[in-house]
Design a protein around this ligand. Structure first.
Ligand code: CTP
Length: 473
């Protein structure tokens, strides 16, 4: 198997080989770069492993390119890195490692290239290519990585229990690569993930969530979430999501399995948008269902208020998963809260006022909300889905017409709090808020048009009424 390199890559690889040879070191391309080149996936991150001191090699190569080139290095880890045009190049000395059972900190000693390959996570990530004069370009594959790439298999170089105890994050990585690449995890490896799942607790949530986000950004995130669930890993760090699993029956009536429904919604959203946070909104849209589930006699299963409960659960889940705390979290919580609203507008006799309210509440996130809502239409009954989607199209059209007429999205009511204070000589007070809200509600309800003059007149009337009532008292 050949890999095809750009001119720039070939130039730097030859340079690294030449410098290493002067230093009497052997050096190799290794890991993700080799894997991705073989799979013809784009890659800019280059890992170089050498026998001996990786930091010294990095400095010598950088100096040979330009005395000004800045090298970042980390003595404790024995790694060094610099950028060369758009390439990110990292150097490390080949290591033989054994990990203590309580932490991820390895005891490191120098090793051969094969020692180093052995201690990597997956056979497909343990492939190396020589940069040495005597066998430049030779592929070194002691663990059948090429065969696994061909057969689309996820396997560990060593017995999987050893690889995963060494670094439990690798269980997440195995599932992430399976999802990203469309590969199959061998039974032996999957069983090992199951039996080592609790070891994920020693890994920081940030690193787990990095993997989760990579799964989320694949074309079919459901594949990864299903593997995470079935291996038992998901429950370790995200039990609220596994609480959605399963179907209860009473009087012969069941409901949807909310976990698999949720995964379908995430996939549907992923087919329409690459936005990570819209995908998170899909994952959390029904998260309030277990807490609100009830069986109502003669009616069946209900989940009243699950959107409100879900909205409230969102900040806690974001904290727990170490996801960003501000805008992104608020955006997700807002979509969870609103996810039933567009569908409720498919009923007959819906007024323009209900349309205006949705336009106002969703604001700039309306398109995203509509994608989420459309994606939420899942059913085994194809006719039902078709009918719902048709009705949904009608809602979309009506929203467009109302928006064109009333310009409610990204709308600020025509009279501000400051203007009200000035007009009536009022200090900041509840009265100002009440007047402002009355104007906004009158416009949204269609009582008055969306204009300054109409709002002014309406407010004067309100005020006059209020004075009249006071005089009567
Ligand atoms: N590696 C490992 N165990 C880990 C992380 C990384 O053995 N927990 C090894 C693998 O050989 C991997 C290489 O280090 O190929 C580089 O790791 P990294 O840059 O994190 O991943 P890539 O494989 O390059 O892929 P991606 O960038 O998609 O994460």
């Amino acid at each position: 198997m050949e890999i095809s390199c750009t001119k720039e890559e070939s130039k730097i690889f030859e340079k690294i080989g030449a410098v290493a040879s002067e230093m009497r070191l052997s050096c190799f391309l290794i890991g993700g770069f080799v894997r991705d080149k073989l799979l013809e996936r784009p890659t800019k991150d280059i890992d170089i492993v050498c026998t001996g001191d990786g930091i010294a090699l990095a400095h010598a190569v950088a100096k040979a390119i330009s005395p000004k080139l800045k090298v970042n290095f980390f003595k404790t880890f024995g790694t060094a890195q610099f950028r060369y045009h758009e390439l990110d190049i990292e150097f490390v000395g080949a290591r033989k490692e054994s990990y203590s059972s309580h932490s991820r900190k390895p005891d490191v000693t120098e090793g051969t290239i094969e020692d180093d390959q052995k201690r990597r996570d997956l056979s497909i990530n343990a492939l190396a290519i020589s940069l040495n004069k005597e066998d430049y370009g030779k592929l070194i594959d002691p663990f059948g990585g090429i065969e696994d790439l061909k057969n689309k298999i996820i396997r560990t170089p060593l017995e999987p229990g050893i690889t995963f105890s060494d670094d439990p994050l690798r269980m997440m990585r195995a599932i992430r690569f399976a999802t990203q690449l469309g590969f199959t995890i061998t039974d032996e490896v999957f069983e090992a993930i199951r039996s080592h799942k609790e070891r994920i607790r020693i890994i920081s949530q940030e690193r787990i969530t990095d993997e989760l986000n990579k799964i989320m950004l694949t074309p079919k995130p459901s594949v990864g979430f299903d593997l995470l669930y079935r291996s038992g890993l998901l429950k370790e760090f995200f039990p609220q999501l596994t609480d959605l699993v399963g179907v209860d029956y009473i009087e012969g009536k069941g409901h949807k399995d909310n976990f698999y429904h949720t995964l379908q919604v995430v996939d549907n959203v992923a087919a329409q948008s690459n936005d990570l946070w819209l995908r998170w909104a899909a994952l959390l849209h029904d998260i309030g269902k277990p807490a609100t589930k009830k069986f109502e006699e003669g009616h069946g299963w209900t989940f009243h208020g699950h959107e409100v409960v879900g909205e409230r659960m969102t900040p806690k889940i974001f904290r727990q998963l170490k996801l960003p705390q501000h805008e992104k979290m608020k955006y997700v919580a807002k979509l969870v809260a609103l996810h039933l609203r567009p569908i409720s507008l498919t009923k007959e006799d819906i007024t323009d006022s209900a349309m205006r309210r949705l336009l106002f509440d969703a604001g700039e996130d309306l398109e995203d909300l509509m994608i989420l809502c459309e994606s939420d239409i899942t059913s085994k009954n194809k006719l039902k889905v078709k009918r719902y989607l048709e009705n949904f199209e009608l809602v979309k059209e009506r929203l467009k017409i109302v928006e064109e007429k009333d310009k409610i999205r990204n709308w600020q009511p025509p009279i501000t709090g400051e203007a009200i204070m000035e007009l009536f000589g009022l200090p900041p007070s509840r009265e100002v808020g009440t007047l402002k809200t009355a104007v906004r509600e009158a416009i949204l309800d269609g009582v008055i048009p969306n204009s300054y003059d109409a709002a002014y007149e309406f407010m004067m009337m309100q005020k006059a009424n209020e004075l009249g009532i006071r005089a009567l008292k």
